[in-house]
Design a protein around this ligand. Structure first.
Ligand code: CA
Length: 234
């Protein structure tokens, strides 16, 4: 089973230790950072599934760091849970307004944190009620698994369909090959990363005739993302 990777950015060693000891190791892999600069060094090599971010840090505040992350192409969609010692309602709201997905006030229970993490990671994108996903002229009928571009039927294999479906549900967000394998084949799948490259190459060639192949973007050394609806604000 693939572990959920979490980057913990917290300058209090006691809290980092508490998280390390209390979060089930069978489910979570933790990266530790005691400042935003050491967090950046980790983010250069690892894209975690979620970030736990302390508000008060020695170099940058958590709020400043969220603003920074949300402007970065590759990491801007990583869910963030804010930790705060400040209990004032106003500050919590401020934290959420700048882009935290959730917050916890110290002291908190590790069980509560784990529950919040799972809720955030489970929270899927909102599907349209008609069972159709539309990205410009690309339409996926999720009831029939029928894909059309400019009303032309695009014949896809089940895996190609799943990749495209996943991409269109999560546009403009970069996924590593590992993450794509987890989402498309499932957590327990043992799939070579080159298989993803081969599948995406085939999918691109099927979308090429309508020029939609350019929407699957390669992020060198990282993975792939799908360019969403051109009307949608980024
Ligand atoms: Ca702190």
């Amino acid at each position: 089973m693939k572990k959920i990777t979490i980057l913990v950015i917290e300058d209090e060693e006691a809290i980092r230790d508490m998280l390390r000891f209390s979060m089930p190791q069978s489910e979570f892999h933790l990266f530790d950072a005691d400042s935003t600069s050491s967090a950046m060094a980790i983010l250069a090599h690892h894209i975690p599934d979620l970030i736990i971010l302390d508000w008060m840090l020695p170099d940058k505040s958590g709020i400043e760091f969220i603003k920074f992350i949300r402007k970065q192409e590759i990491i801007r969609n990583i869910p963030i849970i804010m930790l705060t010692a400040k209990a004032e309602e106003e500050n919590k709201v401020k934290g959420l307004m700048v882009g935290a997905d959730d917050y916890l006030t110290k002291p908190f229970s590790p069980n509560e944190l784990v529950a919040r993490i799972k809720t955030i990671l489970r929270r899927g994108p909102i599907k349209s009620t008609t069972g159709e996903i539309k990205i410009d002229n690309l339409i996926i009928n999720t009831n029939t698994c029928h894909v059309t571009i400019n009303s032309h039927w695009i014949q896809l294999t089940p895996i190609e369909y799943k990749i495209l479906h996943f991409f269109t549900l999560h546009p403009n967000k970069t996924y590593t090959r590992d993450q794509l394998i987890t989402h498309v084949w499932g957590r327990n799948a043992y799939i070579d990363e080159r298989t993803i490259d081969a599948q995406i190459k085939r999918l691109r060639s099927k979308l090429r005739i309508h020029g939609y192949h350019v929407r699957i973007k390669t992020v060198r050394g990282v993975g792939y993302y799908f360019l969403g609806d051109s009307d949608e604000k980024k």
